[in-house]
Design a protein around this ligand. Sequence first.
Ligand code: NAD
Length: 508
Amino acid sequence: MEEILKSLGITGKQSGVSTGKHWLPGGGAEITSVSPVDGKAIATIRGASREDYDAVVVTAHEAFKTWRQWPAPRRGEIVRQIGEALRKHKHDLGRLVSYEMGKSLQEGFGEVQEMIDICDFAVGLSRQLHGLTMHSERPGHRMYEQWHPLGITGIISAFNFPVAVWSWNSMLAWVCGNVCIWKPSEKTPVTALVCQRIVETVFAANEVPEGVCNLVVGGRETGEWLAADPRVPLISATGSTRMGKEVAATVGARLGKSILELGGNNAIIISEHADLDMALIGAVFGAVGTAGQRCTSTRRLIIHEKVYDAFIARLVKAYSQLRIGNPLDENNHVGPLIDKDAVNAYLKSIAQISAQGGKFLVEGGVLEGPGYETGCYVRPCIAEVQNHFAIVQHETFAPILYVMKYQTLKEGIAFQNDVPQGLSSAIMTLNLREAEEFLSAAGSDCGIANVNIGTSGAEIGGAFGGEKETGGGRESGSDAWKAYMRRQTNTINYSTKLPLAQGIKFDL
Ligand code: NAD
């Protein structure tokens, strides 16, 4: 890892504040990033002071005046080159993501691949920022709409996808003509530093103005500055529902725009008509992948009573075969939780499950001994519960899987929907009627609803996000780009008269 850090330019103490061309000294609090894999300090980053932050905003604001006038396909060409640079760094950056965050190496590489994919998507998008044309009710008039950039996009990101979420936002924001200020998670600042450096190299080669790509490392307070700042018209915030409610209130109070990507409580319905082999893989990867630290992790299995016992037996067997350990070792299935706070939250939830009447089918616990010295490695566990238990209604960001029985599909869908969150959902069934009912208006109430794949993970081509306490935002593919732009309706009169709309007469 030391070699990789060196090759990526991470040595000693670093500033975490950049305008895309210059690194400011970083007068804020220092953050030492510690790997949950082996407990070693990766680097110490000097965060942004309020003065640093203000200097960054001023530079970004100036840069926007130039950047918004670059033709969108030219901005797309810059993003294409970022994709190329990421391809070159996929191996190193992927390893670093795995080491700093604790996800498996394959998932680390996958995260960088997702960044490359969104670059490709954004390049095409840069020629497709379409508006509609409409027929005017007045003779000699033309109406159409166009989309303009908003200005500064503030990106607040979570630890679990330390780099992909930033890329979903920034690549789209850039082709749309916005400039970005990124406040990464204080738990994963080193990967953010590396991304900033990769982009800076591309920007320098293309003479992109200083201030288009900005980084402000810091804690919650730095996120609060962004949320409260009227110079930042759009805040895209990814993280807990607690954070989202605070950001929404602050941004809403100044009538700014926000894209909120918050917690999930995702379920798979396993029908009596399911292919149980497929259901097993989907359920186990969904529940234990990234040690249950994905917003789309499978938290609940809603299993038809006819297949319940048989499926549970296979599930318990599969859990007994899980290998927990260093995520850089590709033989392991499950890596560590991000830190001791996450371990304590996991233990607290386990105690609550028992106190509320849950029955453990696979016991949890913290692993000790060689290889587990960080105290962040925990056992994925399974508990039989009722959907209405308070703890089941809550997202615990850890590998705890709840199982419950249903009799009719109506009841199964009701369980699926009966939680405060609405991110990802799935049904495993080979029955067309069941699948269509699940996808209908009376079916899943989530932003993502899948058939015969699990809840976890998504492709960048679709709009990503969820309803209810998940925040309602959409990022990535489809027409999610519209949230990064302002719509302008234009009416042009090329006649010799000035008729008023709705036939209103006004003679002088
Ligand atoms: P978190 O809410 O603790 O922190 C997320 C980010 O918000 C960090 O950068 C943090 O510094 C900042 N922040 C915290 N409070 C803030 C405030 N009041 N104002 C402004 N910024 C603030 O979340 P986390 O522990 O890093 O990530 C885990 C959570 O993120 C889970 O709930 C998970 O479901 C969610 N998540 C959601 C998605 C999604 O797309 N829906 C994706 C990834 C993670």
